[in-house]
Each structure stands twice: as C-alpha cells, then as structure tokens.
Design a protein around this ligand. Sequence first.
Ligand code: AMP
Length: 216
Amino acid sequence: MRLVLLGPPGAGKGTQATKLAAYLGVPHVSTGDILRHNVTARSELGKKAKAYMDAGGLVPDDLVIAMTERRLKEPDAKKGFILDGFPRTLAQAEALSKFTKLDAAVNLFLEPEELIKRNTGRRVCPKDDTVYHIFMNPPKKSGICDKCGTPLIIRDDDREDVVRTRIETYESQTAPLIKYYRDRGLLREVYASGLIQEIFLRTIEVLKESAQSRGR
Ligand code: AMP
C-alpha cells in the first residue's frame, strides 16, 4: 500500500506512520528523519537544509523532491510505503504524482490548542529516532530511551516559538494539500485525538473502507 500521511506538526504522523508501517509490512519514509540524519552527518544536503529546519520553515522543494524520489526507488519501497512529512507543498505533491501512484492520503486532524501542547511535550531518542511524549507516551524511565538507554532530547524545532512558526508554515503551504487530495478522490480523514492505539484503529478502519470502495 502506498500512503501519504497529512496533518499539522504534532498530529502524531510519525507515531502512526511507525505503527502502520509495521502493520502493513512496508517502510516508513519520514523526510524529517532523513533530513535530520543528513544534518547530523554534515552531508551537503544536511548543510543546505539545516538553517531552514532550525527556523521552522521548509527545505526547498528541489532538494526534498530529489531526496524522496531516491528513497522511494530503493528496493524495500517497491511493495509500498508510508510517507510521513512529504509532500508538504503543491509542487511536491505534483512531483510525487509523477513518480508513484498513491492508494490514499490520510489526513490526521486535531484542534489547534492541542497541537501546541503536544509539540512542546515531545522527546526523541537521537540514536534510534523513537518518539516519546512526557504526558501521552512517556518512557519507562524519565528522560531515557526504552529501547537503547540513550538520554532523550528536545528537538531544536520543538521549541515553542519554532512550533508556532511550523504550524503557520503548515497552514499556508501544506494545508492546501487537503483539497488537492480530496479533489483527486484520495483523501481519508482521521480524528487524531485520543490514545495512540485508538487513532491507529481508526486509521485501519478508514483504510479498509477505502480499499473496499476502490474495489480491492
Ligand atoms: P518533520 O520531522 O516532518 O516535522 O520535519 C522536520 C523539518 O524538516 C521540517 O520542519 C522542515 O524544515 C523539514 N522537512 C521535512 N520534510 C519536508 C518536506 N517535505 N519539505 C520541506 N521541508 C521538509
């Protein structure tokens, strides 16, 4: 299955993408994770992307499109993928439509007040990218990754001022994709409040209905 996850920063795209990828047996492709690894590795791409990311803005389309196209050409993505964080602009959506055919675009939606609360409580493992939340999904031992014992960090772009900018960037550049995918009959809406498992089950349900309506 080839899926795109849409939704504002903090809607839980990364968490749901990880669960969906495991359930469907396809890779989770997070453009944010790929970019962060490039920043850490100080690659050419990472050097170009860092300033945009730190400011809560978008990395230029040409860089992100080329990077994602390369990733989706890898053998593990032949059977499908869960795209998390891409596309984020209409130009990216158009480019994506040229190199693959999607089954659905799932929009995780949530009230704006809850978004700020969610974003500022996020903690991540710098080693294996596991995402926690101090209220909704805390690690067993405060501040430590359950899987590898590494101290958790707050991402630079999870500071409150940056979170506000990221939400504004989402509203102006990415929210138009909801209409884009609705017009193409691919949009599926999932309310992203509640327990992680509840949201996951809602998503599976929506995808099953979607597959049935498409005759599969
Ligand atoms: P994320 O982890 O998906 O929130 O991404 C973190 C940051 O990486 C974003 O705030 C952007 O600066 C950058 N980024 C990730 N995906 C994209 C994309 N598709 N287009 C442009 N910038 C992106």
